[in-house]
Design a protein around this ligand. Structure first.
Ligand code: HEM
Length: 216
């Protein structure tokens, strides 16, 4: 085992602020939806709008960070060991079998995580963002008659936005459960809080490329 710096400062800030914002958006959104009652409808609408702009700002910064640091490559999907990973999560780990893949600073995500997080970024996030913006600007976007948004019924926009919200909640529940399947139940959580994780030493760690082990 060796102590490795896996998650950099910005990455941890982005992860936790995104988690908080999504949680808050779910609370306020489901109040707009009349499913829960916490802040009152008017305040829930206001808070939901403020939080959604904060989330959009955070997404812009995180896209910039992923592109400029090259960390976007972590999400490139691979079929290599994907079935072994699925077999591990559905069967192997309950039998005490070892993890089929090894986590390193340069390869933080196993094949199943990479494809799931990519799905989050390419399907769930765009669905909730596009429908959220359509919801917000339903009356005003088509002022120039070029984009006729008011032809799309608001009910449909609200339905798709709520569908996105349920998908994100489902993702969050599975995500939280999966975080407990690391080397110890809390090792993944601790790593995302402190940045450091005790990982098994592999030949990959001994390579000359130390860029990802640098403390920022
Ligand atoms: C950039 C992201 C988002 C934008 C722009 C956005 C925008 C909106 C808008 C404009 C509304 C209508 C209420 C209002 O006028 O404020 C709304 C409702 C709602 N939002 Fe969001 N939202 C976003 C993210 C989220 C997230 C992450 C969730 C939950 C995980 C969520 C859940 C909901 C729900 C459940 C409703 C009620 C839908 C209905 O039944 O009318 N939203 N959102």
């Amino acid at each position: 085992m060796q102590r490795v710096y896996v998650y950099k400062k910005f990455e941890r800030f982005w992860h936790w602020s995104q988690a908080l914002l999504i949680f808050f958006l779910a609370l306020t959104g489901f109040e707009v939806n009349d499913s829960i009652h916490l802040f009152g409808f008017e305040k829930a609408v206001l808070y939901h709008r403020v939080a959604s702009w904060l989330l959009l700002g955070l997404i812009v910064f995180s896209v910039f960070w992923h592109v400029t640091t090259g960390e976007w490559r972590q999400y490139i999907p691979t079929f290599s060991k994907l079935s072994a990973q699925i077999k591990y999560y559905t069967y192997g780990m309950f039998k005490g079998e070892p993890h089929p893949t090894h986590k390193t600073a340069r390869k933080k995500l196993n094949p199943l995580q990479a494809v799931t997080y990519l799905g989050f970024k390419l399907v769930m996030a765009p669905l909730i963002i596009v429908t959220g913006l359509l919801y917000m600007f339903h009356r005003s976007i088509d002022a120039n008659n070029m984009v006729i948004v008011s032809d799309i019924p608001l009910e449909l926009v609200a339905y798709l936005h709520t569908l996105g919200a349920y998908l994100i909640l489902l993702f969050a529940i599975i995500h939280i459960y999966m975080t407990t399947t690391g080397i110890t139940p809390l090792s993944n959580l601790k790593a995302m809080l402190t940045g450091y994780e005790d990982l098994e030493e592999t030949s990959d760690d001994n390579s000359n490329d130390t860029t990802n082990n640098t403390i920022i």
